[in-house]
Design a protein around this ligand. Structure first.
Ligand SMILES: Nc1ncnc2c1ncn2[C@@H]1O[C@H](COP(=O)(O)OP(=O)(O)OP(=O)(O)O)[C@@H](O)[C@H]1O
Ligand SMILES: [Mg+2]
Length: 255
């Protein structure tokens, strides 16, 4: 994992006050059109216009202002794609606002040296621009100004499941909550698999399971997702992608 500032990133802790949302988190939800059918050519070389009509196109300057020039104090976390910043925008106009006013959002900024980053950015916009479900994180908008590629999501106040399971000093979550999270994740996957396109998520891991203030879980990161087999087109790639982690022994043995 890289570093956004050439020094250890100050990441918001799951129990830190940085995770407390302010304002109304739902104001943008109503704007998103319900999913009717998933666009078949979802991964194209450019952003799909029917998708972007559901999303806000931000200028780089807007997002610079929303994060106070990508201040290190606003870093929520960092992954292979780049850093994720806490930012503030107006719930109606989406214009950047002062910290503590408007709604809180999570802004993911592609780092220049991100391997495969542009392709993942595009897949994320094209999938999450069309897919809406209570167990998928909401994509509010994006920025694409030359090499500046950013994504703007609803803010998930309790951060990732990974932080709750593995970060030192975090209060362990109860078994009942763990079971509820597992069911939420299964609901999200079931929704994807039930679509005409039978979307295969391919990046299921604790850091991609985000939690709202009531520990409702949502899947995030659709950069590696792809359409499943349909009709006579039955081939499914078994190439392992994403982060190395647990894989069932029979899967490793047989592919
Ligand atoms: N919408 C969000 N709301 C709140 N925190 C978020 C949000 N999205 C991401 N984060 C935080 O930022 C961290 C980094 O997320 P990101 O998806 O960039 O990388 P990752 O999933 O941890 O790693 P990888 O790049 O290997 O998939 C997450 O672990 C989480 O703590
Ligand atoms: Mg992630």
């Amino acid at each position: 994992m890289g570093n956004c500032f050439n020094r250890p990133a100050k990441c918001a802790h799951a129990s830190s006050t940085l995770f407390h949302a302010t304002g109304n988190n739902n104001t943008y939800a109503d704007r998103q059109a319900p999913l009717e059918s998933l666009n078949k050519s979802i991964i194209t070389s450019k952003v799909d216009c029917s998708v972007t009509s559901n999303l806000k196109s931000f200028s780089f300057n807007d997002l610079k202002n929303a994060t106070k020039n990508f201040r290190p104090e606003n870093v929520l976390g960092e992954g292979g794609f780049g850093c994720v910043f806490k930012g503030w925008i107006d719930g109606n106009t989406f214009a950047p606002t002062k910290p503590g006013t408007g709604i809180v959002v999570a802004i993911k900024r592609l780092k220049a040296e991100s391997f495969q980053g542009h392709k993942e950015w595009l897949a994320e916009v094209n999938y999450l621009g069309q897919l809406h479900h209570e167990n998928l994180v909401k994509l509010i908008g994006y920025c694409s100004e030359s090499d500046n590629k950013l994504l703007v999501y609803e803010f998930m106040p309790k951060g990732s499941l990974e932080n709750h399971l593995f970060r030192k000093g975090v209060q362990p979550i109860t078994w009942a909550t763990r079971m509820k999270i597992a069911v939420d994740v299964a609901r999200g996957l079931s929704f994807l698999h039930g679509l005409d396109a039978k979307v295969i998520y391919r990046d299921l891991k604790a850091s991609n399971i985000l939690l709202d203030s009531d520990f409702n879980a949502k899947l995030s990161d659709f950069g590696l997702a792809r359409d499943g087999p349909t009709g006579d087109n039955t081939h499914v790639s078994t190439r392992v992608v994403g982060t190395q982690g647990y894989a069932a022994p029979e899967y490793v043995a047989t592919g």
